[in-house]
Design a protein around this ligand. Sequence first.
Ligand code: SAH
Ligand code: SF4
Ligand code: F3S
Length: 442
Amino acid sequence: MDKFYYIYTYGCQMNVHETEKLAGILEKRDYKRAESAETADIIVFNTCCIRESAEQKILGNIGAVKPLKKKNKNLIVAVCGCMSQQKEMAANLKKKFPFIDIVFGANNVEFFGEYLDEFLKQRKFVNQVIDDKSYIENIDKINVVRDNSLYAYVNIMYGCNNFCTYCIVPYVRGREKSRKPQEIYGEVKNLLAMGYKVVTLLGQNVNSYGLDDSTDGVDFAQLLDTIANFDGDFELRFMTSHPKDLSDKLIEVMAKNDKISKSLHLPVQAGSDKVLKAMNRSYNITHYKNLIKKLRQAIPNITLSTDIIVGFPGETEQDYQATVDLVKEIKFHNAFVFMYSKRKGTIAEKMEDQVPLNVKRERIHNLLQIQHEISTKLFENMVGSTQRVLLEQENNLYYIGKVQCGKVAKISKANTKKLDLGKFYDCTIIDYKNGNLIGRVD
Ligand code: SAH
Ligand code: SF4
Ligand code: F3S
């Protein structure tokens, strides 16, 4: 009889990609993808703990599995990812949800198959949270079942050394470790041969690639340059870049290679030097603005996005206004704004002057509104320009795809020749309506 799996995925692209590895491991063991958790023989929660709200949602969803387990005694429930990597979390989860069968951490997704085999043999709780990710060589051997046939993620490094004071990632993902360039080149070439069109290189801080001395001297700019020179019609993206070490060399490589996306995500986090210092971000606003200036000079059509935290401990009204001023000045195409959330074990957890929830709410609401107006204007200004669009779907009226910054673009079939899905087209933007770009391909 067929066996089915269902994976809940939370958090960032790193987790989305790790779910593709978990799916690969399960499919190798003859499990097939289930339409819903209700019809699965194994349910996996690939978790995130970046903010408290993420954790609350996950705990709620794990709790909701209890009746399924009651109905089907053989149902296997596994929890993995960043949340389970936290100290004592495995034991706490088991106490709260005794029906959980397997817990493992973000550092050892690659071994899920072995944990599953162990559970199937002994039918006893498996708890495998390992601190060290010292075996990244194994990753290449994993069969990855990708979710999308056009967009692919490729890990170039794991972990983070930055210890921004609010952030739990360095505690759950460990220290930075770069993959060998040859392995990355091999994986990307394979993906291009399979027809993938957009390759996104992933790391918590891609600009530190190679600083751990494990890449035979290849740094991020070189890695990017080499891949951008591979044959084929594709686009190369990367995330996330930390402003502290985005080099001039990288800007140069981005500017000269057509295949590198001209859309960049560059988290600023706050607009006040005082707050940036308390966050341990290692740059100030002058440095950030200078970077933006250099990027815009070298790549005039660049689109920028960012992450911002409001309500970091000690953030005064004046500090917050500095963030508002920065957002108004830089004009990001997109900004992901978060309310500061206290994370256990981080330095900011112990800081005094925590900002009350109602103030954080007011600030996020206000900033999102300001950003919405800016985004709308910028996309309206795109009307008349030419943008590269990768077509993904069609309906009766439109071909539908995305431009480089991720914005949806629709091309009316009425005034365009026949187009192929899965291909890039240069598209003239003729309107911006209901949050979508409308274009024409001549
Ligand atoms: N490595 C990436 C992003 C990691 S997390 C980087 O450094 O940019 C993604 C975003 O979540 C961060 O950029 C930050 O804005 C936000 N974030 C991280 N910890 C947070 C916390 N404790 N509270 C609220 N937002 C947080
Ligand atoms: Fe977290 Fe900072 Fe590392 Fe990003 S760079 S993962 S925000 S500690
Ligand atoms: Fe969340 Fe872990 Fe990513 S905490 S944001 S899934 S690195």
